[in-house]
Design a protein around this ligand. Sequence first.
Ligand code: HT7
Ligand code: ZN
Length: 854
Amino acid sequence: PQAIRREDYRPPAWTVPEVSLDFDLDPATTRVRARLEVSRREDTVEPLRLDGAGQRLVSVLVDGVAINDWRLDGDTLEVPLTGDTHVVETEVEIAPDANTQLMGLYASNGILCTQCEAEGFRRITYFPDRPDVLARYRVRMSADKARFPVLLANGDPIASGDLPDGRHWAEWHDPFPKPSYLFALVAGDLACNRSSFTTQSGREVELGIWVREADLPRTHHALHALKLSMAWDEHVYGREYDLDVFNIVAVDDFNFGAMENKGLNIFNSRYVLADPDTATDMDYDHVAGVVAHEYFHNWSGNRVTCRDWFQLSLKEGFTVFRDQGFSADQGSAAVKRIEDVRALRASQFPEDAGPLAHPIRPESYLEISNFYTATIYNKGAEIVRMMATILGPQRFRAATDLYFDRFDGTAATCEDFVQCMEDAGGVDLTQFRLWYSQAGTPRVSASVTHDAGSGRATLRLGQQVPATPGQSDKEPMVIPLKLRLFGAATGRPLTDEQLVMLNQASDTIVYEGVTERPVLSINRGFSAPVVIESDRTPDELAFLSGTDDDPFARYEATQQLMLDTLVAGAIEGGRTNHDAVIRAVSATLSDPSLDPAFVAEAVLLPAEGFIADQLAVVDPEAVFAARQALRSDLARQLEEQWRAAYDGPREPYAYTPRAKGSRRLRNVALGYLAATNTGDAGKLAFTQFAAADNMTDRQGALQVLANGDSDERVAALDIFYNRYADNALVLDKWFQTQALATRADTVEIVAELSRHPDFSLANPNRARSLVGAFGVNQRALNRADGAGYRFLADQLIQLDKLNPQTAAKLLPPLGRWRRFDATRAVMMRAELERIVAVPGLSKDLFEQASKSLE
Ligand code: HT7
Ligand code: ZN
């Protein structure tokens, strides 16, 4: 396959100001007539080239006359045109029922729906399917009225009516020019939870959440989150909604979380449906976060879109930053920051350190859908966050206002965004731009020395950006570090918090008048997405864990202390001294001033994957053993505190920050109580499981049971399965819980589950719940006999035939072979080679597997 390069970008030869689409909808064969008003850009002599993929071309007309001198170059339709403006009409046939890739127009449980980002529109009709061609769309749909009573598209509804043969039609018009990736239609038997929102300028917007009738009671949280998001974007960014309607449709088969189509968002039902019986607190948070994310795209993505797909982080990084801000404002900002950093470390740091590392603005790709990555999204958000930190809140808001104003209705670049930050912020971001072009997570060294006699403290900082594929030499980055010094003896702050811009390979900062030994609190609030390597002692980390005034830094000190202990344990292969961690956790548990939600995060051990990332050569069994040893020591030595946390005052079920925090801490405590191995752990978990009046408590208990081998394990899994056999989203949890289990026989269990009648690779949620969860289960995937690698590769090869995008997303765990011992590395490479050799392999999976072998 041919690589697409950023440097090859050329503006489109033809623009398409107006499009009319006419869909004769039928799941087996849908007929699409497209009428494109095309306009030649000055001085181009190129023919009109329209992208296509997989459709059957029926006819081509130019200015109302059928032509035969069109040409198909692969999937591209070339139409020779002589004038500067023409009307080009095409008619094609497509087969939604046969579409298992879930790109373009497809069927999901009887609903016809579309997914066009990034390049799905070309699977519907011939079009210049690139984000810098903005057109106004008029859409007419006709369909069988009994099967598809609801017909939705982008923009506002214009007209509808009945047809003689039991069919009906509807017409929609979107007044905002948009790229083809934002096109959407939905046809189905759907019920609507309706409401309205009055914008800040007094316009009434009709809101609708469309689902199957039976799911209506589970739509209230999403609707509420939508209204909160609309108000938040007005309040925080001054952005108002611009159409008369805003619809969200939930579908069960979806390659991603959701899609921000103009006025007609289409969601994976997982991010719409929630009620206490079926959704955990985390599910509720994700629903609100994804609703907000898609809504915020209306400005950061739709009104201002991307010039080309290399600029993807322009909309995704910025929109993640915006949704993170929204979620932080709904509850504890500190806990939200901890969750976001935990997610970054779990998914983006390994990506940045592996064979698929890429900058947030990549230079080339084979298949763009492989670049919807944690780097583009989450690291992209961190880079926007750093600019917000550098500018401060007022200037950052002025810069985003300028950006929306300057680029409204256009397709912009990352450079345009940074230029607005400079223009409105009055700062020079020349060197900062390296964050857009250099991959790899910078490592920052920090050490403080103190001369008690002179009262002088010296902070020495250094940075090193590791080599990544195609980038061996790196320039020093601009790294904004929030830091503060505390007195070790008195616990007093010795300095104010300061923002240090580390922009050279090394730097030194001298503090005078420091009368006691200082302890360094650095990268407070995780001000930069870097790894800090400091020489702080276990005592100093324990001190910060108990006293730092920045909650994130306090969490971080506890984690660093745990991490140092676990790494030592994994390397030494035996018991290391756990005392400092036990003291720090005990102090955190007994500090009444702390929010229980924060305590729950702070006392959790770093994930196995993150511990492994610190090692030169990963020994997964040693990592697992070190983590289990520390976990059971913490469990036994602090048993009374865990029991007190578990038995403490309980909130009745409510989705409030307070009640959520109490459930979270109780579930974490249950996990530790189970790790005491005192025999009654299974009973305690089962009692919670059986008595739970909400999914958070039920699933929390089930995960504890699934990890162990108590008698109650099988009973609980059976009860859970039988209770939720009709609910696909909850059955996903049943599969996922077992795939994540830390048992020695998880590979066998998962292989058995892949043959379960309820398992199917055709549904991405189900595939991710088993195969995706298994891929992040360090112990099971990396089993010494290679059975885990084999299972994963087998599943990916099968999945690729149905849904290449989803298969490609699940491949990266196999690409980490360089991090393991020679035996495992050979086995992982063998599986990658087996994948690459499959005849007819998709471009998606080929790109991921072949790059992983390099
Ligand atoms: N912008 C959306 C991306 C997306 C997507 C990409 C590839 C294949 C399928 C997809 N569905 C949605 C989602 C978002 O970031 O909001
Ligand atoms: Zn997005």
